[in-house]
Design a binder for this molecule. Sequence first.
Ligand code: FES
Ligand SMILES: [Fe+2]
Length: 384
Amino acid sequence: MTAMKLSTSLTSQTVQNGVREVGINPNHWYPVGWASQFKPGEVLPVVVWQQAIAVYRDFQGQIHALEDACPHKGIALHKGKVQGCHLACAYHGWEFDGNGQCVSIPYLPEDQKLPRAQARSYPVQEKYGLIWIFPGEPALAVASQPPLISEFEQPDWLMVPVTAHFQAHFSICNENTMDVFHGFLHQKLQGWFDPVLINLQETEAAVCAEYNVSYKGRMAQFLGLSDRADQVTTLPISIQYRYPHYASSLQGVSSLYLMRLPVGPTESRSFALFFFKINLPQSLLRPLKPLLSTLIQRFVLRKFLAQDIEMIESEQQTYLANPQRRYVEINPAIIAIQRLVVRQYQQFIQSTGQPDHKGRNSENVTSSEARSGQTEPTQEHSIR
Ligand code: FES
Ligand SMILES: [Fe+2]
């Protein structure tokens, strides 16, 4: 599928409720935590789409990720402790190396052979201050990489990391990020207004939308969005969803990289990196960075986020109360990312040849849902 330009008109389209229960394509890198949370000699439990994983940093600083279940009796390995480069299970002290191979049993006589016992290990890496795990087919890990964040190494950007936790399916969270038409929600925080979708493109693995949005007020001025607080500034914002993460940029003023961690059918996390161009000389900005970053996180981004989380979780609750309820969507960018999320899952299921979560095999999915996911949605009536 090459890049395809889609219509930007706001037209009523049918939402396929199946998107609220779709699984992930695990053949991508997913963030599981900030690198600073993983101290040498410590082990923490994480979950990537219902897979419990014990992540530990050895005393040499190296990160390892093992299935969170001891091959001996299934005790969660994150209850264990780091010994040198190995992880020792809490129960009988069996020791596993970074590949999950059992390398020692403390009570085994020296002349006895170790049993073959192996915990699954996951490709793991540290990048952009985050720990990333590849939960899919390990052979595919090298070819796929975490998103490129070019601002990360550039000193003229102020970086603000923000973490969020949602009791909602990742599709609902993703749609919130793509949905620029909800400035209404953030009115009191002096968010944006008058959004217009001006461009929409879809490729095999990405949806890219461009909107024009307007700003005014002191917040916008502080963030460099407008020169004066009492004047309206209109800027193009581009939002790219490259499965399974987001990259968004507001023309040289700010960027957002939002990395999604689907935890389970109604639980998701996000690890976001915001970058702001602050109009201050480097010598002033450098010492101010930690303070500014904390202030923006606490007094700006957290407030926006709290409003979004309330909406996202309400949407999930209503869905769960009646999964047959019908919804009306008019933003073609939302329909496009729903299509992409479903397609990525179907492609993964087809690649394994296994039955999907409803117990059907890939052929059934191909014939029914793949079509409804890939053909143009029915256009019911035009709003504009
Ligand atoms: S259960 Fe892990 S060592 Fe026995
Ligand atoms: Fe929002």
